[in-house]
Design a protein around this ligand. Structure first.
Ligand code: ZN
Length: 494
């Protein structure tokens, strides 16, 4: 019997990359289940199973056989280029270091939870010092970068540099601080008075996001304490949310997560099960969620269509609320202590604070011991408020417990990119306001699919941005948007 013909290198490579993509989908499914369905007793075994899966995925991603295949196929193919990049980066980090980072990060979570509960930074300090030390060693695996923080940033925002973020954030900060000060000085609009039945909120959120493109055949909405979105595959998108009776914030959170889902759902099917079949970066991803949540979901045309529908669901709470009062209430801007509760205007200031501290920690100009004091000083400087305790200050986020330095900037980059894309979309879609006011979200979704979603990781974030908007990363459209919006809403002087 003749031996079966060996598949060529290109087919073998694709099979290996498809396997890596499948392992990513399985990890996503396990993570989704952990946060939505798993009974508490599953926690221990699930942690062990996820570690096993992670180790297998790492072994496959760094396998010498994969490197050999990459050496033999056409390096000009974008798929090969990206696969090569991922493979090289994964191999640069010694297995023992990667394992230690994962283990120390996982152990630190428990320490952090306890420290935050007791508002005791000293209890968390050794764990954070260990995490920082490991991240320094990680950065040393990439000696070619200009700044050690570049190596951390690159994991989430490929090709972005610390210098670039510093420059863009400095401009954003210079515009945001006076704007938020002016808004804070104006009388606060009255908040909406609930209660908003959580079942009705869920139905309203579903009605809205179905108009965005959520389709029951390929999407799910489930409950999770911390809302998130994940794509098991482009035709299996899991979105989670949480509603509470006191406000409509859960509805906005679902719009946010569906924005993430639409990105993954809109990637060219040809790229599925390859290295290129997901979003270009976390910042680009966040631009999609922020665009739907804020630029669409907090706009006047949008609520011209949806407020009458919301009133039908909440006649007691919204029956007497005018469109203008509703908009002022859902767009309230106030400096607050907690990032995840921050509004559209102050949010980026929370991120800038964390970025500046992380860079100083990596540079060694700030020690972990000095961190709480530095945090509190920056809160005063950027948001004008005093931090009463570390639980509501330096201990509030989970990221540093995980050792995830370099992640925070992507949140503000998302706000910046969202405003740039929004400006470009409005130019291309002159009837956009009328379409939104008619409840027609398809033209915007299709514009985003064409200019952002379908490309997956084929283009770098900066290439994507440049093609879609003709511009480099630029905070000005965001500042212009916020300035125009809040001057009108708060009737501020010019
Ligand atoms: Zn998000």
């Amino acid at each position: 019997m003749p031996s079966p013909e060996l598949p060529d290198a290109s087919a073998q490579l694709r099979a290996r990359l498809a396997e890596l993509s499948d392992l990513g989908g399985i990890a996503g499914l396990m993570g989704w289940d952990q946060q939505t369905m798993m009974p508490p007793g599953g926690a221990g075994p699930r942690g062990a199973a996820m570690e096993t899966l992670e180790r297998i995925a790492h072994e496959r991603a760094t396998a010498p056989e994969l490197g050999a295949l990459l050496d033999t196929v056409d390096g000009g193919d974008p798929l090969v280029r990206m696969a090569r990049r991922d493979h090289d980066r994964a191999r640069r980090v010694p297995v023992e270091l990667a394992a230690e980072i994962a283990r120390v990060g996982a152990d630190a979570i428990g320490v952090w939870i306890q420290a935050r509960e007791e508002s005791d930074f000293a209890a968390f300090r050794p764990a954070l010092e260990r995490n920082l030390e490991l991240r320094r060693r990680y950065a040393e695996c990439f000696p070619e970068v200009d700044h050690p923080y570049d190596a951390l940033l690159d994991r989430f925002e490929p090709d972005m540099t610390t210098a670039q973020v510093r420059e863009v954030f400095a401009r954003l900060r210079a515009g945001l601080v006076p704007l938020t000060e002016a808004i804070a000085a104006a009388p606060a609009p009255p908040l909406l008075q609930g209660p908003f039945d959580v079942g009705e909120q869920r139905e309203l959120a579903l009605e809205i996001v179905r108009a965005f493109g959520f389709d029951d055949a390929e999407w799910r909405l489930d409950r999770a304490v911390h809302p998130f979105a994940c794509a098991i595959s482009p035709t299996d998108i899991r979105v989670t949310g949480r509603f509470d009776e006191g406000s409509l914030s859960g509805v906005f959170a679902v719009m946010h997560e569906v924005g993430h889902g639409l990105y993954e759902h809109g990637v060219d099917p040809e790229l599925a099960r390859t290295t290129l079949g997901s979003g270009a970066s976390l910042g680009m991803h966040e631009s999609q969620s922020r665009l739907w949540e804020n630029l669409v979901g907090r706009s006047e045309p949008f609520w011209r269509h949806w407020l009458p529908r919301a009133r039908e669901r909440f006649p007691a709470a919204l029956g007497g609320v005018s469109l203008e009062d509703f908009l002022r209430a859902v767009n309230v801007v106030r400096p607050t202590l907690i990032r995840v509760e921050a509004d559209e205007a102050t949010y980026s200031l929370h991120v800038i604070l964390r970025f500046e501290l992380e860079v100083a920690l990596m540079e060694g100009t700030l020690s972990v011991a000095e961190l709480p004091e530095a945090w509190n000083a920056k809160m005063k400087e950027l948001l004008g408020i005093d931090v009463p305790d570390d639980a509501r200050g330096v201990l509030q986020d989970i990221h540093w417990a995980h050792g995830e330095l370099g992640y925070f900037p992507t949140y503000a980059l998302g706000n910046i990119v969202a405003a740039q894309l929004w400006r470009a979309a409005r130019t291309d879609l002159p009837a956009l306001d009328d379409q939104l006011a008619a409840g027609d979200h398809a033209p915007l979704r299709e514009w985003l699919r064409e200019h952002v979603h379908r490309h997956g990781r084929l283009l770098t974030p900066s290439e994507l941005l440049h093609r879609a908007t003709g511009a480099e990363l630029d905070p000005q459209p965001l500042l212009d948007h916020l300035d125009a919006k809040y001057r009108a809403l708060y009737r501020l002087g010019a």
